[in-house]
Design a protein around this ligand. Sequence first.
Ligand code: PRX
Length: 648
Amino acid sequence: MSVQIDHNLEEIRRFRPSPEFAAQAVASLALYDAAKADRLGFWAAQAKELLHWHRPFTRTLDWTNPPFAKWFDDGELNVAYNCLDRHVEAGNGNRIALHWEGEPGDSRDYSYAELTAEVKKAANLLTSLGVSAGDRVAIYLPMIPEAVISMLAVARIGAVHSVVFGGFSAESLRTRIDDASASIVITADGGYRKGKVFPLKTTVDTALADGESTVRNVLVVKRGGNEVEWTEGRDLWWRDELAAVDAEHVAKGFPAEHPLFILYTSGTTGKPKGILHTSGGYLTQTAFTHKNVFDLHPEKDVFWCTADIGWITGHSYVVYGPLANGATQVLFEGTPDSPHPGRWWEIIEKYKVSIFYTAPTAIRSFMKLGRQIPQEFNLRSLRLLGSVGEPINPEAWIWYRHVIGGGSIPVVDTWWQTETGAIMISALPGITDLKPGSAQTPVPGIEIEVLDDNGAPVSEGGGLLVVSEPWPSMLRGIWGDPERFTETYWEKFGDRYFAGDGARIDEDGDIWLLGRVDDVMNVSGHRLSTAEIESSLVAHPLTAEAAVVGASDETTGQAVVAFVILKASQEDAVSPEEASVLLRAHVARQIGAIARPREVFIVNELPKTRSGKIMRRLLRDLAEGREIGDTTTLSDASVMQVISDKVR
Ligand code: PRX
């Protein structure tokens, strides 16, 4: 097992909740007791308390055919109705749902009543375009209100969204459209990023250019104002079409196990996995965790999760959790440092954000810039901070709490995955004594174990993180590939879920995450597959062979480092420096900028075992500037010396 994150094993600081926070905390110890006494009864009670059911369920969990779980499966609900109409009907129509802030500084507020009205129209529009329950709609948008509106409109009519992050390339978009057979794409002309407009519609055009696709229509939101080409009959302006449809739409109930969305994520092979989530269980656990992990008081809090809706964090804690709970939140189109490095803190000050949820990589880049930048802003509205995406090192945790949080407010480190749908491990603020660097405790109703390779519990030292009982927001499968679903997550430990993360449990029973144990990298909290980047590199005419590793990086957690052997015929055509530049650009173009290698080293050989397997462990040692580890299993032990001479 490769443990990539150096944890501070000496970390012993503890932070008690303040009496003031504890006195008003939403969560309580009683939640743990209730879940312990009757786990299924606990989740059934949460589902009833937190959601509106068009038809009440009588069955909580059907686990007769593992790993295919069914939760609340004889019940019916409408996910969008739960996120919108019911808040309006309860008299909260005037509450702000979204404070949207555009990158150039334009802004728009949507009350729950306004958001509901928009979603009703968008639902009618999709229906008029022939979308019905179960059909797939691809969404490729910047962080604008229409992204949220589209997702909810799709959900409202029982269709299935597949949101593709706006930074992904035409090719990545096409693969995802094809895999899900999407019939509609919702995009924008362009979006703003660091003061410039980046095109999205053009990328959709490129994606759809080759060969027949399943896409009938492309709906285009006007945002960037950039020029776009138009395919008559296929392309439609969002605003014009919305103006022509009925404003009323009655949400009908769908079965709890009706598919809600597909979201693609990287696995250990080159092909991204379409993670499938369904309705009732997903919404129950996102609402439950959003309320209790973030101590939500919906009538007064302003919540801000900085994730893009293209990732699971954006699905669960920008769209579904907060809106199901009737929260007021900030939606921000831009980046943290444009047009100035205090942009996020300015937004917190402007909207009086009280709960803030972001990733360790962002915190570490702010640490580098220094505390004087956040200190120029009034951040006193903050009362709770959250972290997600990768292990947070204790230094970053302490900085976050002190510099951003003013020194006394809780910081919750939340562990979960695209596959788990919602938070699985986290402290509960006001209840748990906090430990910097540890995600700490499974949330009530979740069972976690750390096992060795043979499935025996590990009491000390590291092991593999396993979820031992099904949970409401668990993935229901991989789109179109039930075998891969079973193989990836369930083969190793029977009907217990293998997460792919290493972990250890300390003497208090707190869980410390140690990073991935497979060929998945975590760059700035985003998952990338070594195999996917290797196959992109090999697809370039210069490349004969490629190996990719995730090397630890002070800011991004891990960084992509590639080792490439050029084809003999190409060696004289380009210098190693030129080849490296070309290949880095090629990966960014083929997969997306997030996958661009930090370094591409041109080498003559790769370290291989006698059976021909590339020893990435040794390459990682090299990329991280460490002493090269054990080379005795190499077919030619001198290879590492040759490579390291090239690289250093
Ligand atoms: O390795 C774990 C890491 O991110 C992986 C999941 O990535 P993704 O599906 O993209 O979802 C990210 C946001 C939920 C996990 O397998 N990870 C996520 N949160 C943490 C974490 N590692 C340590 N601590 C965390 N809090």
